[in-house]
Design a protein around this ligand. Structure first.
Ligand SMILES: Cc1cc2nc3c(=O)[nH]c(=O)nc-3n(C[C@H](O)[C@H](O)[C@H](O)COP(=O)(O)OP(=O)(O)OC[C@H]3O[C@@H](n4cnc5c(N)ncnc54)[C@H](O)[C@@H]3O)c2cc1C
Length: 475
């Protein structure tokens, strides 16, 4: 201990106030545990400040502008002008409202809030360095700790985010003007969400992706619907190319890519957005002092209760190995960790983890694909409903895509769904609930769904799997 430094104590110390950490802290406090939450930057973490929320706010703005300017078929003629700095202010207002709400909720639940950066002294204490000169530091001793330090963007050599021409997703979301030409490196979900956003705001967008398709990890027929729409929006996509360097020219920059055989391509741009993935923030906490090692990729390994190899120290969210880097996963893990510390009978069950991509159209997936169901030993039965057969989809002017439901043929238990189309991020919740509750195809098919809604397509897909669909031909 530093001279003059008095250590304070807490039952539960949570490091990081993202959706993993603040949710864990609130739940721990609700369980009657004295809880302290330490954050070095902003309440709400990546999700609220630099990720989910600002990206969805910009997507809403870009959709509105694009739709208004492309509704001639409906007899609507408009030529919207986007004031990017005003759109940014509106987005920032949404973020401020939510981050302020997180801080208030923590306080209202009795969570002690501490600003600073935590590093482990040993398995029962951290040292907090407060930000800013002369702010000093303090030691906090804990019974239990929950690490929720999240993740950061991966940089690629030669593309330093400090440079004004190179954007991380965070920079792109803070933009106050729309680049005329944007090269996006990486066709994963963040790259494609932002490509679509900027294309709709008026940028000429080029995507370069090392693999042979966008959205790795999604089935090809799902990715195809998004790719087709991206092409229609004018997004120029190049596969099998990795960005290798960039240089400044008189009228902007040139991004050079390398192809497999060694050939090179060049793309002119005003900005280059690098969106090649995220890596865990586990290397800045001196974890070794607490007896915790990370795996070869830098993630922290945990058990079903989110306990690390140190019995009293838990980890949740993006920093954890083997779970998807998603905000709702972080929050669920936070609840499991807090409740386990409070001796509640809980465990993390990853059977029905939904995931959404907010491209145009959206993707919503949960549970198993047909292939995964086969691998798991089921005999899957599959039902599908195209949105072009949905009355509601046609009335919104967005009828690309489909709902697919996968179930076990013998028992009828719903195993998964892949939805690509309008409001897929919302629709997938019905199937997640079905899986969680052990519902069958029959349960979904016999539930009366409101007409005309997109949710009817979920019912119709279940009927299709049963050979009872009315509005599509049964398989
Ligand atoms: C552009 C973008 C869009 C996204 N869109 C979605 C989406 O639509 N849906 C979705 O589910 N997910 C989305 N994500 C992912 C989502 O943001 C993360 O999965 C989520 O934020 C992870 O939560 P977390 O609590 O683990 O970590 P984070 O939200 O990263 O929070 C970690 C916090 O810990 C703090 N911290 C780190 N180290 C220390 C330390 N030593 N001491 C004190 N504090 C520390 C950090 O400052 C940070 O505030 C998106 C991400 C990005 C970048």
């Amino acid at each position: 201990m530093v001279v003059g430094d008095i250590a304070t104590g807490t039952d539960v110390l949570v490091i990081g106030a993202g959706p993993g950490g603040y949710v864990a802290a609130i739940r721990a406090a609700q369980q009657g545990l004295d809880t302290t939450l330490v954050e070095r930057d902003a309440y709400g973490g990546t999700c609220l400040n630099y990720g989910c929320i600002p990206s969805k706010a910009l997507i809403t703005g870009s959709d509105l502008a694009h739709e208004a300017g492309h509704a001639e078929e409906m007899g609507i003629h408009a030529d919207p002008v986007v004031d990017m700095s005003q759109l940014r202010d509106w987005k920032d207002g949404v973020v401020d409202q939510l981050t302020g709400g997180v801080e208030k909720l923590c306080k209202a639940n009795g969570v002690n809030l501490v600003e600073g950066t935590a590093r482990f002294k040993d398995e029962n204490a951290v040292r907090i360095a407060h930000g800013g000169e002369g702010q000093g530091s303090e030691t906090i001793e804990f019974e239990h700790c929950i690490i929720a330090t999240g993740s950061r963007v991966i940089q690629i050599p030669g593309f330093e985010f400090e440079d004004e021409h190179v954007w991380s997703s965070r920079d792109a979301l803070a933009a106050d003007s729309i680049p005329d030409r944007l090269v996006v490196v990486g066709g994963g979900y963040i790259g494609m969400e932002l490509s679509t956003t900027f294309a709709k705001l008026g940028s000429d967008v080029t995507v370069v992706e090392m693999l042979d398709d966008i959205l790795p990890g999604y089935e090809s027929d799902v990715a195809r619907v998004v790719r087709q729409r991206a092409e229609d929006l004018g997004i120029d996509m190049h596969f099998g190319e990795g960005a290798s360097s960039w240089r400044e020219e008189d009228d902007g920059i040139i991004v050079t890519t390398e192809l497999e055989g060694g050939d090179e391509n060049e793309y002119r741009a005003d900005k280059v957005l690098v969106a090649v993935g995220r890596e865990p923030v586990a290397d800045t906490m001196e974890l070794e002092n607490a007896g915790i090692e990370t795996n070869e990729r830098g993630f922290i390994e945990v058990d079903d209760f989110r306990r690390t190899e140190a019995e009293n120290i838990y980890a949740v969210g993006d920093v954890v190995a083997d779970t998807p880097m998603l905000a709702h996963v972080a929050s669920k893990e936070g609840i499991v960790a807090a409740e386990h510390i409070a001796s509640e009978p809980v465990a993390f069950d990853s059977q029905a983890v939904p995931a959404a991509v907010f491209t145009d159209p959206e993707i919503g997936t949960v549970g198993m694909t047909e292939e995964e169901a086969e691998e798991a030993g089921f005999t899957p039965v599959v039902g599908q409903m195209p949105f072009r057969a949905s009355g509601r989809a046609l009335t919104t002017g967005h009828a690309d895509g489909f709902v697919r439901i996968v179930a076990d043929e013998e028992s009828g238990f719903v195993l998964g769904a892949q939805i690509v189309g309008p409001e897929a991020s919302e629709l997938v919740a019905e199937v997640a609930l079905a899986i969680e509750m052990g519902a069958t195809l029959e349960d979904i098919a016999s539930t009366i769904h409101t007409h005309p809604t997109l949710a009817e397509a979920v019912m119709e897909a279940a009927e299709n799997a049963l050979g009872q669909a009315i509005h599509t031909l049964n398989r």
